[in-house]
Design a protein around this ligand. Structure first.
Ligand code: NAI
Ligand code: MG
Length: 356
């Protein structure tokens, strides 16, 4: 095959972000070497680290580099300082929300797949979990996160506007149906159409798009029921399509199907450069201790190879490496299994080195 050259922007961010992203990058370097590609890396600041250095959670320089790259590998943003003082005006998450908006990253893909080796590490019964394989499509640039925010000067009320435009629902619905077609051909759209007007619009648009995909079995579920069904019987789901807020909550819940937050990767895509990141945050409780599981970042790198660069073989090689390392018994503490005799507890770097 021809040598392929790609420009990758690495944004480690805050807390465990840089600790795990380092290993996502090292895995990409190993892939480039093994398959003869050329990956050129650059670095950018975002979040708390960027605020400290420049006063801006998304400096122009980072955004410019992002626009010029073929893909972005991102860690996480966030610092306890802002969680403790919600009144702080300049905040790390503004950087992440803005880069998603600026790059038009409207679809967030979150594969929830349980590695067999982690069956007994989950708090859910193995017989309920075995074979679980769900692909979430979470809408990422609309909903209550981007709607108009208001509050009374005297602090007596506050509001966030939950709003969807038909085109926003349609473009992600099409992506989700296309993906379902390549999988088990089942799509479940999750909303709250019994109560919310924006959800009624969501459902109507999904129904319209579904007509173009008669080979995909389309169903609709209310979000409260979906939250319950996910842990009652995760095997019933193939592709789940949902809004920004519902997807945020449901995918954290679904992380328990995959064993840990430290296992879940995501791809944020639109019509241009994609951004690949773990679903977890900066985890200040374990930051700086060398304990963070780097597999979510490494699996995000695999998604970059698969979705961003159409390098299926290379992506599969990374997945196989993860599988083999887990099979050998290597575990970070978040996926450690008290019942397995021969599991070896490693830190961030130990796990990363095994994968390489
Ligand atoms: P979190 O995802 O950072 O942590 C939740 C729990 O999962 C913690 O106990 C943490 O130790 C554990 N965990 C997360 N990733 C792990 C990993 N790779 N290995 C082992 N354990 C892991 O969520 P939390 O605590 O609610 O938020 C912390 C900060 O992160 C906040 O400032 C928040 O705003 C920010 N945040 C940023 C996100 C992003 O950058 N995409 C997403 C979610 C939160
Ligand atoms: Mg979240």
């Amino acid at each position: 095959r021809d040598k392929i050259s790609k420009k990758i922007l690495v944004i480690g961010g805050d807390g465990i972000g840089p600790e795990v992203t380092r290993w996502g990058k090292r895995v990409l370097e190993a892939v480039a070497e093994k398959y003869g590609h050329e990956f050129v890396f650059d670095e950018g600041l975002m979040g708390h680290a960027a605020i400290e250095a420049t006063g801006n959670p998304l400096p122009d320089d980072t955004l410019e580099k992002a626009r010029k790259s073929d893909a972005i590998l991102f860690g996480a943003i966030g610092h306890p300082k802002y969680d403790q003082d919600p009144s702080l005006k300049v905040r790390p998450e503004q950087g992440l929300l803005r880069i998603r908006k600026e790059l038009g990253l409207y679809a967030n893909l979150r594969p929830i797949k349980l590695f067999d080796e982690l069956l007994s590490a989950s708090s859910i019964k193995p017989e309920v979990l075995k074979g679980a394989d769900i692909l979430f499509f979470r809408e990422l640039t609309g909903d209550v996160y981007f709607g108009e925010k208001k509050k009374a000067d005297d602090g007596s009320w506050a509001s966030d506007l939950m709003i969807y435009h038909a085109y926003e629902v349609e473009r992600i619905a099409r992506k989700a149906f296309e993906a379902a077609r390549l999988r088990r051909k089942k799509l479940c759209s999750v909303d709250k159409a019994n109560v919310l007007e924006s959800s009624r619009l969501w459902r109507a648009v999904v129904q319209r798009v579904a007509a173009d995909y008669p080979d995909v079995q389309c169903s609709h579920m209310f979000v409260d029921n979906a939250a319950m069904q996910l842990i009652r019987d995760p095997l019933q789901f193939d592709v789940i399509l949902t809004a920004n807020l519902f997807g945020d909550i449901l995918t954290d819940e679904a992380s328990q199907i995959a064993g840990s937050m430290g296992m879940l990767a995501s791809a944020s895509v639109g019509d241009g450069t994609g951004l690949y990141e773990p679903i977890h945050g900066s985890a200040p409780d374990i930051a700086g201790k060398g304990l963070a599981n780097p597999l979510a970042s490494i699996l995000s790198a695999a998604l970059m190879l698969q979705i961003g660069f159409q390098m299926q073989e290379e992506a599969d090689a990374v997945l196989r490496a993860v599988e083999q390392v887990l099979k050998k018994g290597y575990r970070t503490v978040d996926i450690a299994d008290k019942h397995t005799e021969n599991s070896m507890i490693v830190g961030t770097d130990g796990m990363g080195q095994q994968i390489i």
